[in-house]
Design a protein around this ligand. Structure first.
Ligand SMILES: Nc1ncnc2c1ncn2[C@@H]1O[C@H](COP(=O)(O)OP(=O)(O)OP(=O)(O)O)[C@@H](O)[C@H]1O
Length: 279
């Protein structure tokens, strides 16, 4: 999938401003960025649900602006807001959506995958917010999509459900599904994404894999410990050497020893801060 110089304005206000993006088949690609950065607009254009004002886009070999029915059936979408509501039960809902696709997965298999076995005959309106979100995910993957868009998929999930969802996404990716994930949960993107892009004011300002984004791998580490007169810390390029020296000085266990590298969240927040300064 590829976008070049993508542009979209709403009533003269620029939402996407010359954005370039390359997403490879089979990868999990994360899109990060502050509220209003243009992520959803970009994703909606890639999905063929929003017209662009400029630029070129190719998704699964076609222009999503003029995509065929066949193309649409190769794509799965989990919208930002809960899409599925209504009086049908979970199983009826999933079966209903399965009919739209030429080669759907087994509804029972998908209900099991999203952890809703016990709720299969419950009406969707009677589910909790997190459970309804799981129905959205079930509906998004029922058509066996080659490409799956997930826009903030785990909002409202409890921690155990989120871990379970990550496993589902990983298993889909292992099966060859390309996944485009938009999320404000940095640890989710870190856990799942092979590569990611940070979007600020309609442009990609950084791109890479979560471990090295923004120079993260080469960043200095902070070593913390407790000295006899109180807590200490030092910033260093050579944390192993510092720890060896501390171990010698303490002749064994170093009290409260901790080594911290910048998290993806640290790197992300400093990228956003730099962008704001240059705005
Ligand atoms: N339908 C619309 N009509 C007018 N303006 C819109 C519309 N949709 C989005 N915008 C504006 O375009 C900009 C980008 O919005 P978009 O929803 O793409 O951002 P986002 O990065 O997905 O944000 P969030 O993280 O809050 O979901 C915002 O300034 C928003 O107000």
């Amino acid at each position: 999938m590829r976008a070049r110089h993508l542009r979209k304005t709403y009533g003269g206000r620029v939402a996407v401003d010359g954005l370039d993006l390359d997403i490879r088949r089979g990868e999990i690609f994360g899109i990060l960025g502050p509220n209003g950065a243009g992520k959803s607009t970009t994703v909606e254009i890639l999905e063929g649900h929003r017209r662009r004002d400029g630029g070129e886009v190719e998704v699964l070999g076609e222009d999503p602006g003029h995509a065929s029915r066949r193309w649409k059936s190769r794509i799965g979408i989990v919208w930002q807001n809960e899409a599925v509501t209504g009086e049908l039960s979970v199983a009826e809902t999933v079966r209903h959506y399965a009919r739209y696709f030429p080669n759907p997965r087994e509804p029972e298999e998908i209900i099991h995958l999203v952890g809703l076995d016990e709720k299969a005959s419950t009406r969707v309106t009677a589910l909790s917010g997190g459970q309804r979100r799981r129905v959205d995910v079930a509906v998004g993957v029922i058509g066996r999509p080659e490409l799956l868009f997930l826009d903030e998929p785990t909002t409202g999930f409890d921690p155990a459900a989120r871990r379970q969802f990550w496993e589902l996404i990983r298993s889909l990716a292992r099966g060859g599904t390309t996944i485009v994930l938009t999320s404000h949960y940095l640890e989710e993107v870190e856990a799942l994404a092979d590569r990611l892009a940070v979007v600020v004011r309609g442009k990609v300002v950084a791109e890479g894999d979560p471990a090295t984004l923004g120079g993260r791998a080469g960043a200095r580490a902070t070593v913390r410990w407790r000295a006899p007169d109180g807590p200490r810390e030092c910033y260093t390029d050579t944390p192993t050497r510092v720890i060896r020296e501390l171990a010698t000085a303490f002749d064994g266990e170093v009290p409260d020893l901790a080594v911290k590298r910048p998290t993806l969240e640290d790197v992300y927040l400093s990228l956003i801060e730099q962008q704001e300064k240059t705005a």
